[in-house]
Write a protein that binds this ligand. Structure first.
Ligand SMILES: [Ca+2]
Ligand SMILES: [Ca+2]
Length: 191
């Protein structure tokens, strides 16, 4: 898992490196140039992402269903991570995003339209739910479960999902679900 973490960090570095626009580092935009310009320059390299300034992140609802490990990899390849819910407000935002993609509109290959994959799991140790950035979900700031959600049904639910009506659920990693990627506005500040 250490390898995955390193790859994740490297992909963030890669996106930040690719942010050189016309030979000008994004860092120059932070010196005396408005944040709006900085954000617009960055959004140009983050196609399909929408900015929620209040939450301080870009988000993209990925409509092609995939497994949790693949979803995680796709988000990392785009310079972010599978969405991590840090507040009730962020959870509400995600539910509204799901509302914009009603069940009837989803790809038929999807295993269930009721859930999206999000960035937590208990792959390291049963019942220890951590985010894809290795924080406990309690520390991350949102850990409301659907009733009976954290149940490891069939002994085979290790990956995180969000229910369309609100609340976390552990779910089978190999389901094919739609998912949401998140790129914090300050992603290039990661070290
Ligand atoms: Ca977040
Ligand atoms: Ca479950």
């Amino acid at each position: 898992m250490q390898f995955i973490k390193v790859v994740g960090i490297l992909s963030l570095v890669a996106v930040c490196a690719s942010a050189f626009i016309n030979g000008t580092s994004l860092n120059n935009f932070t010196n005396g140039t408005s944040k709006d310009v900085l954000i617009s320059q960055r959004s140009s390299i983050r196609r399909g992402y929408i900015l929620n300034e209040d939450l301080g992140s870009y988000y993209k609802y990925q409509t092609t269903p995939n497994t949790w490990p693949n979803a995680r990899g796709i988000c990392e390849s785009e310079g972010g991570h599978l969405v991590i819910i840090n507040s009730e407000k962020e959870a509400s935002f995600l539910l509204s995003l799901m509302g914009q993609h009603p069940a009837s509109s989803l790809d038929r290959r999807v295993t269930t339209t009721d859930y999206i994959f999000i960035g937590f799991h208990d792959l390291f140790k049963d019942w220890e739910f951590v985010t894809v950035l290795d924080q406990t979900i309690e520390a991350a700031g949102y850990f409301d479960w659907v009733p009976g959600g954290a149940n490891n049904a069939g002994g085979n639910e290790k990956c995180g999902s969000l229910w369309r009506n609100g609340g976390l659920n552990d779910i089978t990693c190999n389901f094919l679900l739609t998912f949401v990627c998140e790129i914090p506005v300050n992603a290039c500040d990661y070290d």
